[in-house]
Structures are given as structure tokens and as C-alpha cells.
Write a protein that binds this ligand. Structure first.
Ligand code: ZN
Length: 181
């Protein structure tokens, strides 16, 4: 799949009429994912909403461009911005982060530490996703997620497929870059 294919797929998926509960937030996350892919980064995007459902942060993977930053996965970018801008928030009950992709070990650890109550993702990441392997976390970390939930988002099948496809676009190139460091 090429970038123009992805642009066309997104245009279609973002305008379809559905009743899926997380469709709107899923579209916002996927729009960010597409922008990340366009820039040559991993095609992953995220959005953070407050307990009223208002969007506070939108973010995208920025690991390779504009310059290398190993920590800048989409979820990390959202949490960095939120914690800088809202030092007054002392707990994250009622907050939801929606990511286009299942969080990796680094991001899942961060989201556990941050206490984001609900984490939703559109596509599973068979190779690097941590949600399906969370029983492997150390005991103290497992205790943290008793107050949180990590679940797949309720969006249309075509949007889930888009989230997988946009992540695939630069996956191999990014992997090669990481391995060569
Ligand atoms: Zn991550």
C-alpha cells in the first residue's frame, strides 16, 4: 500500500456513517497517524480526552523526524504535552486516551504510571503490542492497572484496517533505521 492509497482510504473511512461509539476519536487518532506516516515516522496517532469528552491533546509518532527522539511514540507525545500543560490535574479518572495502535511496552508502562483510566486502541500490534502480554509485567505494575482498562476501541472495521495499514507503511524502513543505530 502506498501513501496515496492510504490518503484515499482515510478519506473514505473518515466519512462513512456508523454508530460506533469511538468512531470520531478513532478518526482523529488516524488522521494523526497518517500525518506521522507522511513525515516518514511510524504511522501511529493518539488523542487524549477529558472526562467531558473534550479533546485535550492530539499527537503523532515523531521518533525519526524532524530528528531522532527514541521516546516520542504518539502516546508519549500526548502525555508529555498534557502533563506540561495541566500540572493542576492530580488524577486521571475519567480521562481516555485513544491510540491508533496497541501500546508497546514503553507506552503501556507510561500510561500505567500516568493513571489514564481508559486506554483504547484501534489495531492490535501482534509483534510489539503489550496489552495482550500484560501478564508479563512485574507485580507492582500489574497492581497499577487494576484501576485502569486497556481495550480495543469501538470503531468501524474499515477504520481498524486503516490503522493497521497506516502503521505498516513505514514499519520496515523504521525497523531498519533502529537496528542500524
Ligand atoms: Zn509505544
Amino acid at each position: 500500500m502506498t501513501l496515496p492509497d492510504l490518503e484515499a482510504k482515510f478519506a473514505h473511512a473518515s466519512t462513512e456513517r456508523t454508530h460506533h461509539r469511538d468512531q470520531h476519536l478513532g478518526i482523529v487518532a488516524c488522521r494523526e497517524a497518517l500525518a506521522a506516516a507522511r513525515a516518514g515516522n511510524y504511522g501511529v496517532g493518539a488523542v487524549l480526552v477529558d472526562p467531558n469528552g473534550s479533546i485535550l491533546e492530539q499527537s503523532r509518532n515523531s521518533v525519526f523526524f524532524p530528528h531522532f527522539r527514541s521516546d516520542l511514540h504518539a502516546e508519549m507525545v500526548a502525555m508529555n504535552a498534557f502533563e506540561e500543560r495541566h500540572p493542576e490535574v492530580d488524577n486521571m479518572r475519567g480521562y481516555t486516551l485513544v491510540s491508533s495502535l496497541e501500546p508497546c511496552p514503553m507506552c503501556m508502562a507510561r500510561l500505567l504510571m500516568a493513571g489514564v483510566q481508559t486506554v483504547k486502541f484501534l489495531a492490535y500490534d501482534e509483534l510489539a503490542g503489550m496489552v495482550n502480554q500484560r501478564h508479563q509485567f512485574p507485580a507492582a505494575w500489574k497492581r497499577l492497572w487494576q484501576r485502569q482498562e486497556f481495550v480495543q476501541a469501538d470503531v468501524s472495521e474499515s477504520l481498524k484496517q486503516f490503522a493497521r495499514d497506516v502503521f505498516s507503511l513505514n514499519l520496515e524502513a523504521c525497523r531498519q533505521k533502529l537496528l542500524s543505530r
